[in-house]
Design a protein around this ligand. Structure first.
Ligand SMILES: Nc1ncnc2c1ncn2[C@@H]1O[C@H](COP(=O)(O)OP(=O)(O)OP(=O)(O)O)[C@@H](O)[C@H]1O
Ligand SMILES: [Mg+2]
Length: 277
C-alpha cells in the first residue's frame, strides 16, 4: 500500500486524491479537475453528502501532512455548497514581484472612485478594492506590514481629486512623509488635539447631513464642495488609550470617534496594542 508523502506527491493528483481522501474519511470529496498554480496545485472538488466543505477544511492539516507540503488551503464556493477547492501549496510565497506602476503618466489627479490596486494575490494577479464609503481596519501582529498597507491606500488617495486627508500619527513617523498632502495631521498623542480634530470632523458631518436632508438625498459623491474626507489613523489603540481619564471620556462621547460616517477612516492597529483597549 502506498502511504508515504513521497509517493503521494509523485502520483498524478487524479490518482492520489481518491486514496488520500478515503484514508482521511473524506469519502464524498470527489475529484473534479486539477490545475497547476504558482504555489503548487489546486484540486476542484464535487462534494457528496454527508461530506461538506467544513469536513474538508477540518482535514487541511492532515492533507498537508499526507502530501508532505507546508500548507493546504480550502476555499468554499459561495455559489454552490457542493463545490470546494483544495490548494496544495508546495511553497508559501510566490516571491517578490515588481509592483505595477499605478501612477497617472502626466500626474493629473485621478478619479477617486476607481478601484485601488493594493497588491497581488497568491497567483500573482492584481487585487483591487473599492474603498469609497468603507471603513477599513488593518490588523496584524507587530511588523506584519500594517503601516505599509496603509501607505499603499494613501498613495492612491493622495493621487485622487476631491479627496481631503486628515491624519493621526501617534508614532510620529508613519504618516509624516505625507505631511504636505494632509489638510491636518496630528503628530504624537496629544489628547486635546486629537479630540479637537474629531470634533471638527463631526461639525463637517453635521453640515453634510443637513445638506443631504434638505435635498432628500442619502449619499454624496466626492465633489469640490463635498470632497471625500478620509481620516487615517496609524495605531488607533494608542490614540484611544492616550490622555487622562477625563480626556478619554470626552473623546469617547465624540460622535466622530464612535461613528465617523460619512467620513472614511483607515485604522492601523497591531493586535498586541489593540489588547490594551
Ligand atoms: N508587502 C511587503 N512586502 C515586503 N516587505 C514589507 C511589506 N510590507 C511591509 N514590509 C516590511 O516589513 C516591515 C514592517 O512593516 P510595517 O512597519 O508596515 O509593519 P507594521 O505591521 O505596521 O508594524 P508595527 O506593528 O510595528 O507598527 C518593514 O521593514 C517593511 O518594509
Ligand atoms: Mg505600524
Amino acid at each position: 500500500m502506498l502511504t508515504s508523502a513521497w509517493m503521494w506527491r509523485r502520483l498524478p493528483l487524479r490518482l492520489s486524491w481518491p486514496r488520500v481522501a478515503k484514508k482521511l474519511g473524506l469519502h464524498g470529496a470527489r475529484y473534479r479537475r486539477y490545475q497547476r498554480t504558482p504555489l503548487g496545485a489546486e484540486i476542484e472538488l464535487r462534494l457528496v453528502a454527508p461530506t461538506t466543505a467544513k469536513h474538508v477544511e477540518q482535514q487541511a492539516q492532515a492533507l498537508a501532512v499526507a502530501y508532505g507540503v507546508p500548507r493546504v488551503r480550502i476555499s468554499l464556493d459561495s455559489g454552490r455548497a457542493d463545490r470546494a477547492t483544495v490548494a496544495i501549496d508546495e511553497r508559501l510565497s510566490i516571491g517578490p514581484l515588481p509592483f505595477p506602476d499605478f501612477h497617472h503618466p502626466v500626474g493629473l489627479p485621478l478619479d477617486p472612485l476607481r478601484p485601488f490596486e493594493l497588491g497581488i494575490d497568491d497567483h500573482g494577479h492584481p487585487v483591487n478594492l473599492n474603498v469609497y464609503g468603507q471603513h477599513l481596519l488593518v490588523g496584524g501582529i507587530p511588523g506584519s506590514g500594517k503601516s505599509n498597507a496603509l501607505r499603499v491606500f494613501l498613495g492612491h488617495l493622495a493621487a485622487s481629486r476631491n479627496v481631503v486627508l486628515f491624519g493621526i500619527d501617534p508614532k510620529r513617523v508613519e504618516l509624516t512623509l505625507w505631511a504636505d498632502r494632509f489638510t491636518r495631521l496630528v503628530v504624537g498623542n496629544d489628547a486635546a488635539e486629537t479630540t479637537q480634530l474629531l470634533e471638527e470632523l463631526h461639525l463637517e458631518i453635521d453640515r453634510r447631513t443637513a445638506h443631504l436632508s434638505q435635498r432628500a438625498q442619502a449619499s454624496l459623491r466626492p465633489s469640490a464642495e463635498f470632497p471625500w474626507i478620509v481620516l487615517v489613523v496609524d495605531e488607533w489603540a494608542e490614540v484611544a488609550a492616550g490622555g487622562t481619564n477625563k480626556e478619554r471620556a470626552r473623546r469617547r462621547t465624540t460622535p466622530a470617534f464612535r461613528q465617523p460616517w460619512p467620513c472614511s477612516w483607515l485604522h492601523c492597529d497591531s493586535l498586541h496594542s489593540a489588547s490594551h483597549q
